[in-house]
Ligand binder design. Structure first.
Ligand code: OOB
Length: 553
C-alpha cells in the first residue's frame, strides 16, 4: 500500500534506498516469502508439535485457509490483532495469515494479564484477539470477556483449543471447514514489503509497554541474517521453548529464520527439563534459545543423565546477562557450544560466533550481526566514550526501528535526532572487538529475561491505601539474575505485608512476574544530590541485606 500507517515512523528514504541497493531489503512480504519456502521445501517437515508433524506444504495450505477465514470475518489490511497464543502451531497459521492479508499482529506474551491486554487492545484499537482457551491453568477467554465490554473496537475472538465456549472462533475449526473464499481478500489490497508487518512489545521503561513496528523488509533481513550467523541449515532442528511471540525465539533466528532454511521447528510448552528434555531426545533437537535462568536449570537438572541430549550442537543464550561461570559449564555438561545473543525487540542483534576463542564466547555478548549496524557508545554527556570505556549504546541500522508506534513524546527521548535508538544499556567494547553488557541506565528490572518497568509497578503499588511512596528496584537473584524489590514508605499507622501487597496487585490483573518478591518498609528514601530517590543506594542496600542473610554470595 502506498499510504503510511498513521503513527508509524518509516526509515528515511535515503537509508531505505541504501538498504535496498545493498540487498538487505529484498522487497518481498513475509507472506510471499512463506509461499516461496513452501514451494522450495514441499514435503519436508516444517513444524513438530507433540505427535503431529506438519510439512511445509501443509503449513502453507493451512495458512491460506486461515487467511481466507479471517478475511471472511471482515478482518482487513492494517487491522490490529492482539495475539497471545502460546507455542502452538496456530500461532504460525494465524500470524502468516495476517501477514498475507496485511493485518497486523500485536505480539503479547502468554504471561500478560487483564491490565496489559486491555491496554494493548485499547491502544492499538484491535479488532480481534487471539489466544489459547487455557494455558498453565489460566483461562484467556474468561479474561478477554471481562475486558471486551470496555473495548468497542474488539469484534472477534480467535481461539486455539478443544471444547471452546460459544461465541468464539476456533482456529482449529477453520481448518476443517470449507474455504469461505474470503480470499477475494479484502478488495485485493496487498501489503507492500516496506509496510509494518506486526508489532513486538518493548520491555519498556515507561508506565506501559511500547509497540515496536517491524516491517516485512526489516524483519526478513533480521531472521535471514540471524539464521546465517547461527549456522541454521536444512538439517537443523530448532526447539522453541521460550514464548514464541518474543523476538528471540520468533526471529533471532527463531521460528521464522529456521523455516526460511527448510529446517524444522519443534514446539514445546515450556523450557523446564521435565517438558523439554524428552522432546530434545525424541526429535533430535540440534539448537535452541534460552534465557540464562533456563540454562542454569538445564545444567543443574538430574534429568540430564536420563535423556540423550547429544544432538544438541548450539545453545543460544540471551535476554539477560549470562555469567562466564555458567557459560563455561555448557559444553562439558550439555555438549553444545554456547552462542551469546544480546538482542532487543527494537532491532539490533549481537552474536558471538561459534569459532570465537573460548574467552570471547564466555565473556562477551557478541558483536552486531550486520555490517550496516551502526553503533555509538556515549558517556553521560552524550560524547563518545573513550575506547574500551563503558557508556550507553546507541544504534541505527537496517532492522532497528526509527520510532515506537504512536509515541511522539517518548520517541523524542528514546531516539537521537539522527535516528539512533538509545538502548539504555551500558556496554563496553572488549579487546576482542565484541561488546560486553555492563549495566543499564534505563529504569527496569530484568527478571530472567522478562523486562519489568519500575514505573509501571510503582504506579500500581501507589494505588494501595497503605502506601505513601514507593521505589521499585532490582535485587540480585542467583537463578533469575534480578527480582523485583519494593521499598515502601507506609502511611502513618498503616500496616502492610508483602503477601497483602501482592494480593492487592494481583487483583488488578497484572502479570504475576511483575509482582514484588520482597518488601522493605522504610521511613525515608536516600536521595541523590539533586533530590531524586537514589535507586543506586537502594539497590546496594538490598544487595547488602541479601548477602548478610546468606541468600547471595
Ligand atoms: C531480548 O529482547 P528484549 O526486547 O526483551 O530486551 C532487550 C534488552 C536489552 O536492551 C538488554 O537490556 C537486555 O534485554 N539483554 C541482555 C542480553 N540480551 C538482552 N542483557 C545482557 N546480555 C544479553 N545477552 O531480550 C532479546 C531479543 C532478541 C534476541 C535475544 C534477546
Amino acid at each position: 500500500m502506498t499510504e503510511l500507517l498513521e503513527g508509524f515512523i518509516p526509515y528515511p528514504a535515503e537509508a531505505a534506498d541504501d538498504y535496498r541497493r545493498r540487498g538487505y531489503w529484498k522487497g518481498i512480504t513475509l507472506g510471499d516469502h512463506l509461499d516461496e519456502w513452501v514451494k522450495r521445501y514441499g514435503e519436508r517437515i516444517a513444524v513438530v508439535t507433540g505427535e503431529e508433524r506438519i510439512s511445509y506444504r501443509e503449513l502453507g495450505a493451512r495458512v491460506d485457509h486461515v487467511a481466507s477465514h479471517v478475511a471472511a470475518l471482515g478482518i482487513r489490511p492494517r487491522d490490529r490483532v492482539v495475539m497471545q497464543l502460546n507455542n502452538v502451531p496456530e500461532f504460525l497459521y494465524l500470524s502468516f495469515a495476517l501477514f498475507k492479508i496485511g493485518a497486523l499482529p500485536v505480539m503479547a506474551l502468554p504471561a500478560h494479564r487483564e491490565t496489559e491486554i486491555r491496554y494493548l487492545i485499547e491502544f492499538s484499537a484491535a479488532v480481534a484477539y487471539a489466544a489459547p482457551l487455557e494455558f498453565r491453568g489460566f483461562n484467556y477467554v474468561d479474561m478477554v470477556r471481562k475486558i471486551a465490554p470496555g473495548t468497542p473496537s474488539l469484534k472477534h475472538l480467535l481461539i486455539a483449543g478443544d471444547k471452546l465456549p460459544p461465541g468464539v472462533h476456533s482456529i482449529g475449526n477453520m481448518l476443517s471447514q470449507p474455504d469461505p473464499r474470503g480470499a477475494a481478500l479484502a478488495g485485493g489490497q496487498r501489503p507492500s514489503s516496506s509496510d509494518v508487518a506486526f508489532f513486538l512489545l518493548s520491555g519498556g521503561t515507561t508506565g506501559l509497554p511500547k509497540l515496536i513496528p517491524r516491517t516485512h523488509d526489516d524483519y526478513e533481513y533480521n531472521f535471514d541474517l540471524a539464521a546465517d550467523v547461527s549456522g541454521v541449515s536444512a538439517d537443523s532442528v530448532y526447539l522453541i521453548a521460550l514464548p514464541i511471540s518474543h523476538n528471540f525465539p520468533l526471529g533471532s533466528p527463531g521460528a521464522f529464520g529456521v523455516l526460511s532454511r527448510g529446517a524444522r521447528v519443534v514446539l514445546a510448552a515450556s523450557p523446564s527439563p521435565e517438558t523439554a528434555f524428552p522432546v530434545v531426545e525424541r526429535e533430535r533437537v540440534t539448537m535452541t534459545a534460552h534465557v540464562p535462568a533456563v540454562t542454569i536449570q538445564w545444567l543443574n537438572s538430574p534429568l540430564r543423565e536420563k535423556y540423550n541430549l547429544s544432538w544438541l550442537r548450539l545453545l543460544q543464550v540471551g535476554g539477560s546477562r549470562l555469567s562466564a561461570e555458567v557459560a563455561a559449564r555448557i559444553k562439558p555438561l550439555l555438549g553444545a557450544t554456547v552462542q551469546q545473543v544480546y538482542g532487543m525487540a527494537e532491532g539490533l542483534l549481537n552474536f558471538t560466533h561459534v569459532n570465537d576463542p573460548q574467552e570471547v564466547l564466555y565473556n562477551t555478548q557478541g558483536r552486531p550481526m550486520s555490517p550496516a549496524d551502526e553503533i555509538r557508545i556515549v558517556d553521560w554527556n552524550g560524547n563518545p566514550a573513550a575506547p574500551g570505556e563503558p557508556g550507553e549504546l546507541l544504534t541505527r541500522g537496517p532492522y532497528t526501528i526509527r520510532g515506537y508506534y504512536k509515541a511522539p513524546e517518548h520517541n523524542a527521548k528514546a531516539f537521537t535526532e539522527d535516528g539512533f535508538y538509545r538502548t539504555g544499556d551500558v556496554v563496553r567494547v572488549t579487546a576482542s572487538g565484541n561488546l560486553s553488557v555492563e549495566g543499564r541506565v534505563k529504569d527496569l528490572i530484568n527478571r530472567g529475561g522478562e523486562k519489568i518497568s519500575a514505573e509501571e509497578v510503582e504506579n500500581l503499588v501507589l494505588r494501595h491505601p497503605a502506601v505513601l511512596n514507593v521505589a521499585i528496584v532490582a535485587m540480585p537473584d542467583p537463578l533469575l539474575g534480578e527480582k523485583v524489590c519494593a521499598y515502601v514508605i507506609a502511611r502513618e499507622q498503616a500496616i502492610l505485608s508483602l503477601e497483602e501487597l501482592r494480593q492487592f496487585m494481583d487483583a488488578t490483573g497484572i502479570s504475576r512476574f511483575k509482582l514484588p518478591e520482597r518488601l522493605e518498609l522504610v521511613e525515608r528514601f536516600p536521595l541523590t544530590t539533586v533530590g531524586k530517590i537514589s535507586k543506586k543506594d537502594l539497590r546496594e542496600d538490598i544487595a547488602a541485606k541479601l548477602r548478610a542473610e546468606g541468600k547471595i554470595s
